[in-house]
Design a protein around this ligand. Structure first.
Ligand code: FES
Length: 164
């Protein structure tokens, strides 16, 4: 799905980002630091910001997309307020992590790597987080949950959904 970038709400960020571009535009290899700054400031690379970069640096959009898609540090969709990471390392996988991931996807109605339309949740998968004896493990923001079962998933998500 396409997330709408709220220009009005991001007005100040856009202005300071424009200044960043202005200050760096004559630096060789400027595209990478500009993209990193955009990712840092906006949390992802909205299409409108990519167009701004393209106009300001006189670099074609195709080239900007080419660089941005090459590096995994860049994202084209915003991250949700809560990030659920499912460990798919061997120990967790053997203990049913895939089924846990599928249950989370079903409850939230999105696939791993995506964000819910209300921006409350993103789902990620991760490699071993170092707590194999507690498999299967999921991490929500900074909180680690051990020996998670499919039946626990809904309850856990509701806990974060209702947090302000
Ligand atoms: S494999 Fe999941 S914590 Fe090690």
């Amino acid at each position: 799905m396409e997330f709408v970038f709220d220009k009005e709400k991001n007005k100040e960020k856009i202005e300071s980002f424009k200044m960043f571009i202005q200050d760096h535009k004559d630096t060789p290899g400027v595209l990478m630091p500009v993209l990193q700054e955009a990712q840092e400031v906006f949390g992802y690379l909205p299409r409108e910001i990519m167009q701004l970069i393209s106009r300001s640096l006189k670099i074609p959009m195709a080239e900007i997309y080419g660089v941005a898609t090459f590096y995994s540090q860049f994202s084209f969709i915003p991250k949700g307020k809560n990030i659920i990471s499912v460990c798919l390392g061997t120990a967790c996988y053997v203990k049913g992590a895939q089924a846990i991931l599928e249950e989370i996807e079903a409850v939230l109605g999105i696939k791993a790597g995506n964000t819910t339309p209300d921006l409350k949740f993103s789902i990620d998968s991760t490699r071993c987080v170092g707590d194999c004896s507690l498999a299967p493990v999921i991490v929500i923001n900074e909180d680690v949950y051990a020996k998670v079962t499919k039946n626990k998933v809904k309850e856990l998500i509701e806990k974060y959904r209702n947090e302000v």
